[in-house]
Design a protein around this ligand. Structure first.
Ligand SMILES: Cc1cc2nc3c(=O)[nH]c(=O)nc-3n(C[C@H](O)[C@H](O)[C@H](O)COP(=O)(O)OP(=O)(O)OC[C@H]3O[C@@H](n4cnc5c(N)ncnc54)[C@H](O)[C@@H]3O)c2cc1C
Length: 434
């Protein structure tokens, strides 16, 4: 690609100074900011959009994938509190009488409620939330981040912190700070993107079962009426009557961290959506009068960069259900790889009584002295990422990064100098299931 020389040198305002800066307001960023703030340090969370929630809000993702042991969630306390807040917003008809953390993890998500509930938690914890600020650069002092640079409607500005947590999902902050990363599978392709959408006006009583919907889908594909590499139609019921959620478009071989490819992915996702709409209305009973209820504002990115850290975990950790003395999250969600290059999905499960753990050192990037990873882009391989990436464990990874950042602020040290076993103990004392 042709390049041009562009020079910029200017003084920019420092709009906030804080102990911990969390960049990104998704499930990981919420975990990080809430947990850090509860340790009594000052926390700012900066988010590029005008709301919190990450993929649960603007990506329109539902439901929470189960990360349970014997039917009970492994992701406490912040994830459970988020679910409880969402439950409180539900109307009486959609709401179970009592909040039960055993049944909670099956929660279907309203993107607006997810966003409101997350903001509640952040504000109640005393986090200073700054929306509409997109991270674009960092100012380094040796191997430390001196300040993070954001772009907003006011122009460029900086936020200065002692410790930083990268909760961008893509590792934007760590990469700007010079950290190394892996990307995709052995062929260099990430899991496909999906543009999620919901259809309303569905007569659900007349809807056939999944097997029949998939048979009709195969026929429509064979007839050239629908062009999508996915092997079947992936749909979920929702909290609203007559509204069905679709997680079924499949956009392959595009990078979620390449601006132009991301733009193309949105267009391709909406092209597939139009095909699905025509197919469902024409062929699937109950959908004759279906209408568009909502479309994700941002194509869903399952996988992008994975920042290399002090510990690197692989699929072998899953297979051997490996535990770590400094384990900060327990995961038993399956390996769940949507084919990066076409049709098919690989699922591998653990025995019912088993889980593996994420080590605290997996959250510590090798090349930067004051950043922790508090999102899906931690130091794990493509296969393990497909398991740890779902929202409940990402929340737990985030809360561990927040705990580590707060401990590093208090000790005046770099996160790599912390004893991970102490981080685990402090998390357990704060309510984590460790
Ligand atoms: C199509 C799809 C379906 C999925 N289905 C499920 C499911 O059914 N159940 C489940 O539990 N999980 C599911 N997942 C996985 C899950 O949604 C994500 O892995 C999870 O949301 C990751 O959380 P995160 O906090 O790491 O990142 P995100 O949720 O992506 O949050 C990152 C946040 O950082 C912000 N941000 C990013 N870059 C910047 C920047 N430069 N400056 C400032 N802010 C920035 C973003 O706006 C966002 O708010 C799915 C994912 C996809 C893509």
């Amino acid at each position: 690609m042709e390049t041009v020389f562009y020079r910029m040198e200017k003084r920019i305002p420092v709009i906030a100074e804080t102990d911990v800066l969390v960049v990104g307001g998704g499930p990981g960023g919420m975990g990080a900011a809430v947990m850090a703030a509860r340790q009594g340090v000052r926390v700012v969370l900066a988010e590029r959009y005008g709301c919190a929630g990450g993929m649960a809000s603007f990506g329109e993702i539902t439901p929470f994938m189960p990360n349970h042991l014997h039917g009970v969630t492994l992701d406490k306390p912040v994830f459970v509190e988020w679910c409880r807040k969402m439950w409180e917003y539900r109307d009486d008809e959609a709401k179970e009488a009592v909040f039960d953390e055993k049944i909670m993890p099956g929660t279907r998500i309203s993107k607006d409620v997810a966003m409101l509930a997350m903001e509640d938690l952040l504000l109640e914890a005393g986090v200073k939330v700054i929306y509409h600020h997109n991270l674009v650069d960092v100012i380094m002092d040796g191997d430390r981040i001196e300040a993070a640079v954001f772009s907003s409607k006011s122009g460029l500005c900086a936020i200065r912190a002692k410790q930083y947590v990268d909760s961008t999902g893509d590792g934007d902050l760590a990469v700007l700070a010079g950290c190394d990363f892996e990307f995709g599978n052995a062929d260099g392709f990430c899991q496909p993107m999906t543009l999620c959408f919901k259809l309303g006006g569905v007569d659900t009583a007349r809807m056939p079962d999944s097997k029949e919907i998939n048979r009709l889908y195969d026929e429509a594909k064979a007839a050239g009426e629908i062009d999508c590499p996915r092997e079947n139609v992936l749909w979920f019921s929702t909290l609203e009557k007559g509204v069905i959620h679709f997680n079924t478009t499949r956009i392959i071989r595009k990078s979620g961290v390449n601006g132009l490819e991301l733009s193309d992915a949105e267009i391709e996702g909406r092209r597939q959506l139009r095909d699905y709409l025509k197919f469902l209305r024409a062929h699937v009973p109950g959908f004759e009068h279906a209408r568009i209820h909502s479309i994700a504002h941002h194509v869903g990115i399952r996988e992008s960069r994975r920042i290399l850290g002090e510990c690197y975990q692989t699929e072998a950790d899953f297979t051997s259900a490996r535990k770590y003395p400094d384990g900060i999250a327990k995961v038993r969600y399956p390996i769940d790889i949507h084919n990066p290059s076409g049709s098919g999905t690989i699922i591998r499960t653990l025995p019912e009584t088993e889980w593996y753990e994420i080590s605290f050192r997996t959250l510590i990037p090798k090349k930067c002295a004051n950043v922790l990873m508090g999102c899906r882009s931690v130091s794990i391989d493509h296969a393990l990422h497909s398991s740890a990436r779902v929202m409940p464990p990402v929340c737990s990874i985030g809360q561990a990064a927040g705990m580590g950042a707060a401990m590093a602020v208090k000790a005046g040290c770099r996160p790599s100098a912390l004893d991970g076993v102490e981080v685990r103990k402090n998390l357990a004392a704060a309510g984590a299931d460790l």
